[in-house]
Design a protein around this ligand. Structure first.
Ligand code: AMP
Ligand code: ZN
Length: 499
């Protein structure tokens, strides 16, 4: 198993420090709004990381936090006239609804920052005592120059970092690169009492404290989006390694590429976000996951509706093939022993190729492509004429497909249910519009099919009476709401768009 470690900038052999359990921490959301499909890329990817480790026989201890105290939460609470706690709990719940809708496993532990404030105060006190931090104006800052290896994760020089846009200015800082461990409370803000005065912890200290508390110093994997490398993760390292006086705080750092829109980061502040729950309504969880997973996790991924639609078609083919194999769709044809042998060889190839791809720094793109390639082979095998039926090959093929899709968190049953539901929804939508159209032509009713048939009848009547203009009007109006008429020798048929 090889993992690209952001810290060493190399692909390294991965061995968990305890040979059986992988301990991993992924930075969770700041709970003040609904997540977008950029955020979801991180959670989907690390869900697959976890599933792959489990599939490989490890047990996984997965921790992901909630940042439930922060400037943005306080601002939101003030805007809505409720407490910061209410904002945080509300968006924590919404986040979990989204995670469930995506079909992701929950983290084993989901610590909230506000539940670890005492431990944070203790670490900050220790950092002051050891000379790594200083108090100024009611705040406490980490002094970056005291930690010589600062910058080792992002690989940036202090000059570059100082110029970075994410460095927050403050008149109390000795160096612009210093960062807040404790923020003194301004009037009206929530606060905790501490030896450094009333205030609240900074964002970075949360993750250092909670990850070490729950996973132990020197745990295996720490993940997040690439935008967290600097300053968040750089600061986490500085705090933890300075406080404990040893390294490494984390053995392997993994970072996801960003989701972009026309090459620009998807971010609320840029006004280019698509909420996850909106995307789920259109695409469902399984196609959206395939969209993320068919690009390497470290590459940027540009949002593309066309690409998502292609993947929906591809997943439909997988579904149809899986049904053929199950014999529920088309009747399963016999497979000649020659064809059976070839299919079995390809199946073994798929199993190996999937492992090769996933164990090489989680190359999900290659793994997905291999599954699609196998599906093609299954179809051509099923298309061949037969002399004997090899049920065992079919059974093993089904099991392999289900197992490998499962590692990627893709579920064909859920996908099929989603497709059916989407058709139902589009029918409801069409019925509403159809009633208006029908009323215009003097027809009433509550049933989709009945209304369409009546309109077809009316159109035929108009045509017989040579009122072609009126007949065309009926056809055009129907087409504009998604009901397509086709004239065939057997009479007029209709099709509902998208069904
Ligand atoms: P935030 O709410 O900004 O702290 O982000 C939560 C998680 O989503 C972090 O792991 C970020 O790295 C990640 N993230 C934010 N925006 C994007 C994006 N456009 N693409 C991928 N990941 C993102
Ligand atoms: Zn974090």
């Amino acid at each position: 198993m090889k993992i690209n470690n952001t810290l060493t900038k190399k692909k390294e052999n991965f061995n968990p420090s305890d040979s059986k359990t992988v301990r991993m921490y992924v930075c969770g959301p700041t709970v003040y709004n609904l997540i977008h499909i950029g955020n979801a890329r991180v959670y989907v990817f690390f869900d697959v990381v976890r599933r792959y480790f489990e599939h490989s026989g490890y047990s996984v201890k997965y921790v992901s936090n909630f940042t439930d105290i922060d400037d943005k939460i306080i601002k939101r609470a003030n805007e809505e006239g409720i407490s910061f706690n209410e904002v945080a709990r509300k968006y924590e719940e919404e986040f979990l609804k989204d995670i469930d809708a995506l079909g992701l496993k929950h983290a084993d532990l989901t610590p909230r920052a506000t539940e670890y404030v005492n431990e944070m105060i203790e670490m900050i006190g220790g950092l002051i005592k050891k000379g790594y931090a200083y108090e100024a104006g009611g705040d406490v800052y980490f002094s970056v120059e005291k930690f010589p290896s600062y910058g080792k994760l992002s690989g940036r020089s202090p000059e570059e970092m100082r110029a970075g846009e994410r460095v927050e200015p403050s008149k109390y800082k000795r160096d612009p690169l210093d960062f807040a461990l404790w923020k003194g409370a301004k009037p009206g803000e929530p606060y905790w009492d501490s030896p450094f005065g009333p205030g609240r912890p900074g964002w970075h200290i949360e993750c250092s404290v909670m990850s070490v508390k729950l996973l132990g110093f020197g745990f295996d994997i720490h993940g997040g989006g690439q935008d967290l490398i600097f300053p968040h993760h750089e600061n986490e390292i500085a705090q933890a390694e300075a406080y404990y006086g040893k390294e490494p705080f984390v053995r392997y750092w993994m970072h996801n590429g960003l989701l972009t829109v026309r090459s620009e980061k998807m971010a609320k502040s840029l006004g280019n976000i698509i909420l996850l729950r909106d995307a789920l309504k259109f695409y469902g969880p399984d196609v959206l996951k395939l969209f993320y997973l068919s690009t390497h996790y470290r590459s940027p991924l540009d949002y593309s509706q066309e690409r998502i639609k292609e993947l929906e078609k591809a997943l439909k083919r997988v579904l149809e093939t899986r049904k053929r194999l199950a014999g529920t769709g088309e009747k399963t044809k016999e497979i000649t022993s020659e064809t059976g042998k070839r299919l079995e060889q390809k199946r073994i190839w798929l199993e190996n190729e999937f492992e090769r791809a996933m164990s090489d720094d989680f190359n999900t793109a290659k793994a997905v492509a291999a599954i699609f390639e196998f599906i093609k082979e299954v179809n051509s095998a099923l298309d061949q004429a037969s002399d004997s039926l090899d049920v065992s090959v079919i059974k093993r093929s089904k099991e392999t497909i289900d197992k490998l899709l499962g590692v990627l968190g893709v579920d064909l049953i859920r996908f099929e249910e989603f497709l059916q539901k989407r058709i139902e929804n589009s029918k409801d939508d069409i019925l509403m519009k159809l009633r208006g159209t029908a009323a215009y032509f003097g027809i009433e009713g509550d049933d989709l099919e009945d209304l369409i048939l009546k309109l077809i009848e009316l159109r035929n009547k108009e045509r017989r009476q040579k009122n072609f203009h009126r007949a065309d009007e009926i056809r055009n109006k129907l087409s504009s709401i998604g009901v397509i008429l086709e004239d065939t020798p057997q009479g007029t048929r209709y099709k509902i768009e998208g069904a």
